[in-house]
Design a protein around this ligand. Sequence first.
Ligand SMILES: *Cc1c(COP(=O)(O)O)cnc(C)c1O
Length: 408
Amino acid sequence: MAPDGGLYLPDHLTPIDSGALDALRGRSFAKVSRVVAEHLLGAEFEPSDLDRMIRSAFDFDVPLVEIEDGIHVLELFHGPTLAFKDIGARFMAGLYTLLDRSDAPDRTILVATSGDTGSAVAHAFLHVPSVRTFILFPKDKVSPLQERQFTTLGGNVRALEVEGTFDDCQRLVKRAFTDEDLRERACITSANSINMGRLLPQIFCYVYAWTLLPPGSTPLFSVPSGNFGNLTAGLIARKLGVPARGFVAATNVNDTVPEYLDTGVVRPRPSTSTISNAMDVGDPSNLARMLFLYGGDVNRLREDVVGSANDDARTRQCIRDVYQRTGHVLDPHSAVGYLGIRAGLDAFGEGPTVLLSTAHPVKFRQTVKAEIGVPVPVPERLEGCLSAERLVTPMRPELTDLRKLLLS
Ligand SMILES: *Cc1c(COP(=O)(O)O)cnc(C)c1O
């Protein structure tokens, strides 16, 4: 967050020339990411450092699967915690290692989590030298599988089990950041989703998806959204020259952005719980960035983005229908994105469509199994953490307790 309370964005976005984009066809995700990262950050980092960092951050694939005629699913969930947040968290952790100077004090990464963010950030910073990571999570309120993913790591990752709610965790983190003495002595850094270091790598995903489509394609992108970092990255990719017919802002009933596109009025509100819980955001931070990219003009934004909101009943029905029709298993978040495709085709015309699929269905296996009627197999990677020892430090939701832990 900038000192005036606003959010950072690159101060200029120079398009990548179309020849250079075409030359990326057939390259790996890491290679495409390297070229786009150098375009954006080449003035700040040595190309060889970026290259090495990206190869180790993105050591997994991002497949594009055509599940129906013209509908391509971009699977962003093949990182270590099986959620798309791995992409942002691993790149950001990599940037910290590049910025690390030998004379800098050890950093403390502090995050509050209700599930996905904690596991992605913990995995990304595991074994990063001179960094300690503290994950605050509400006791008994995170799904067992998600909890296992950040409580069994050990090393430089500590899981703090707070006797309270997610809001208590977030409030504690905020208070730690405003406690200047603590912030300086413990050298606290955030890793939350407004961090530009997490947003940049999501741009690479859109470029990569485009390189996997037939030459000359101008796709529609349907993006399951909560805090709207992912969609903002898509709009930036378009400014960088990635051809796109348009974008769908696909949400669950937390529909602040679809409603805004409809009415022109922003009405932030408390979030409502849904089965696509990583998108339960009532006051999305990145709407400010989206608007800035369109000169603050909702009519201009409407030329590129259409809204679509669906409730849990429709989302469940969608998981069932898509499975019966195509055999493809969608998690609840991706299903919300799938439901947005119709609105996108109506607004921007027929043609190839890319659905950004943000979580592996196994992360929501109870919900998914209830709809498709068969269990989702657990990937080997997760089986390991399910049997590993759980290491947590219990704490009360008090700043004095957190201070003691951070300064010990
Ligand atoms: C975080 C998350 C989203 C929403 O992404 P935003 O960038 O916040 O819009 C969607 N799906 C899953 C699985 C997520 O973890």
